[in-house]
Design a protein around this ligand. Structure first.
Ligand code: NOJ
Length: 564
């Protein structure tokens, strides 16, 4: 599928051709704006920095970018604490800068997805400030979740619930009431039974759609609606309530009424605006978010929690293709994002790696090990080999591939961040338990040397390690074997070969080797084992590691064509 910009001028918006299905098999590149490129030299990446790098994004060969929040924010949670949903953070630019960036991306055929954070706002949002200034029981408080406390003088929180970032989920305000925050204290949850809240988000969706954005990524899509009728259960009781659509705070069936309204907004545009749900829900409930009457697509995070293991990969792929078919959506694949340890590092940790209590810890790449800051057992080379193999496997699958900035450089997680430089609230709210997510959010290295490795003229807001120079765009562009060169070649080839959303498994006779074909005779082979695998004379189109003597080495993927 090629996307041709229909207008090529500087001063008018460039609308991409009206293909309503562009998202189904898109390669979407996630930009974490504060850490991508800093045009004004204040140490924080910005919108103009993205515009400057449009040629880089074009050459990478992606179909769309997803921008993590760039809205005004106190950065209590890396921008997921939004103070104004319809503006750009002044440190990152202006709406005019945003429009310029959007045009520049559209002009090279790249669509733009923005992040919508509807579960909670920032405590600096004007509505929350108004709620604090207003009385208990006021309409201003009714947009959020305020309750009286328990015990004498209401000095105890309404429940003993914990926030997802650690610590209590209720915070007391000056007049003695408490408000609910599922995440950081600075992120009060909205009350989605409030019509004003619903209307305001419809306005936000139209605001960005009118500016020309192509789609939305919906943060914590499963938590918006809640039933907080009193008496509220305590934590132990809450944990016993089945998550079957009627749970008080998560994955409630009535959340889909919200998305049905959103769908009407999406479908009022041509082409319809798209959406992808970030919904951490049980397997059999995920597709509700991906339905055509709802958001249309949902992230599948199963590979984030899997080992580099043929049986696990095969089961996950088969299962998710079935699931997507059941909702009419397409599958999504994610190996890295701004919330998890980079996959090059995850795959370099002992396999499977477990915390002392036996819990699998791969989701966050073994917080237990990384929190020691030394990772004594991390095998970086093996991690990168496997990461390249896993990426090439995923890019061969039907459906959308969501890539995270820096993975195209094969970046490892940065563990060398001093406590006093850390920013992530998960680190501060769970001392000694969770190292936090800063290690995958370190500003990108663009050049081998120089101030912040080319990120900007004013340093980097998180410290970059010395090894970033060798992993920079400049260094990798010059190395034909680099991960950047591999990603560019793979994405270009994927465009050429991309075919119907279907795969056929090919039995390889080796439990450690997975292979499948795509319509059109394109075959993907991944060797998860530690012995080479004979490709039996196939023509190799691209490989994640050197093919020696017609064999696929351990921890490698090849895309092949069979000679007739
Ligand atoms: C999910 C986002 O990906 C994460 O970064 C954020 O901290 C939480 N939602 C809360 O908004």
């Amino acid at each position: 599928m090629t996307i041709e910009p229909s207008v090529e001028t500087d001063d008018r918006d460039v609308h991409l051709a009206g293909d309503a299905t562009w998202w189904r098999q898109a390669a979407v590149y996630q930009i974490y704006p504060r850490s991508f490129a800093d045009a004004d030299g204040d140490g924080i990446g910005d919108i103009a920095g993205i515009t400057d790098r449009v040629p880089y994004l074009r050459d990478l060969g992606i179909d769309a970018v997803w921008l993590s929040p760039f809205y005004p924010s106190e950065l209590a949670d890396g921008g997921y604490d939004v103070a104004d949903y319809r503006d750009v953070d002044p440190r990152l630019g202006t709406l005019a800068d945003f429009d310029r960036m959007l045009r520049a991306l559209h002009r090279v055929g790249i669509r733009v997805i923005v992040d919508i954070v509807p579960n909670h706002s920032s405590d600096r949002h004007e509505w929350f400030q108004a709620a604090l200034a207003a009385d208990p029981g006021s309409p201003e408080r009714a947009r959020y979740i305020f309750r009286d406390g328990r015990g004498p003088d209401g000095a105890e929180p309404p429940t003993d619930w914990e926030s997802a970032f650690g610590g209590p989920a209720w915070e007391r305000v000056a007049d003695g009431q408490w408000y609910f925050h599922n995440f950081a204290v600075e992120q009060p949850d909205f009350d989605w039974s409030n019509r004003e809240v619903r209307e305001d988000f419809l306005t936000t969706l139209r605001f960005w759609s009118d500016r020309g954005v192509d789609g939305f990524r919906i943060d914590v899509a499963h938590m918006l609606t809640k039933d907080l009728t009193e008496p509220l259960p305590m934590r132990a009781e809450l944990a016993e309530i089945p998550i079957d659509g009627r749970h008080p705070i998560t994955d409630r069936d009535d959340v889909h009424e919200v998305y049905a309204e959103w769908r009407q907004v999406f479908d009022s545009y041509d082409p319809p605006r798209t959406a992808v749900a970030e919904a951490w829900v049980a397997r059999d409930r995920r597709q509700r978010y991906a339905s055509a009457e709802g958001l249309g697509q949902a992230f599948n995070f199963d590979l984030l929690e899997a080992d580099f293991d043929a049986a696990q990969f095969r089961a996950i792929v088969a299962d998710n293709i079935d699931l997507a078919e059941s909702s009419g959506s397409s599958t999504t694949w994610v190996l890295s994002n701004h919330d998890v340890v980079r996959h090059a590092t995850r795959y370099g940790l002992p396999d499977p790696d477990r915390a002392p209590d036996g819990r699998p810890t791969l989701k966050h790449g073994n917080e237990w090990l990384l929190s020691k800051g030394k990772s004594p057992r991390l095998d970086r080379e093996q991690g990168l080999r496997r990461a390249r193999a896993a990426t090439l496997f995923v890019l061969g699958l039907p459906g959308s591939a969501y890539l995270y900035q820096g993975e195209e450089l094969g970046l490892h997680e940065v563990v060398e961040i001093d406590g006093r430089d850390r920013q992530d609230p998960t680190y501060f709210r769970s001392p000694g338990v969770d190292i936090g997510r800063d290690g995958c959010r370190v500003p990108l290295p663009w050049t081998r040397e120089g101030e912040s490795f080319g990120f900007g003229a004013g340093g980097a807001h998180l410290p970059q390690p010395a090894w970033f120079g060798a992993a920079s765009v400049e260094a990798e562009e010059e190395d034909p074997h680099s991960t950047l060169v591999l990603y560019r070649a793979a994405l270009a080839l994927r465009h050429e070969l991309q075919s119907a959303e279907h795969l056929e498994w090919i039995e390889t006779g080796d439990d450690d080797v997975l292979s499948f074909s795509r319509p059109g005779g394109w075959e993907i082979v991944t060797n998860f084992g530690d012995q080479s695998y004979d490709l039996r004379g196939a023509e190799v189109l691209i490989a994640s590691a050197e093919i020696v003597g017609g064999s696929l080495p351990p921890a490698a993927t090849a895309w092949i064509a069979r000679m007739e």
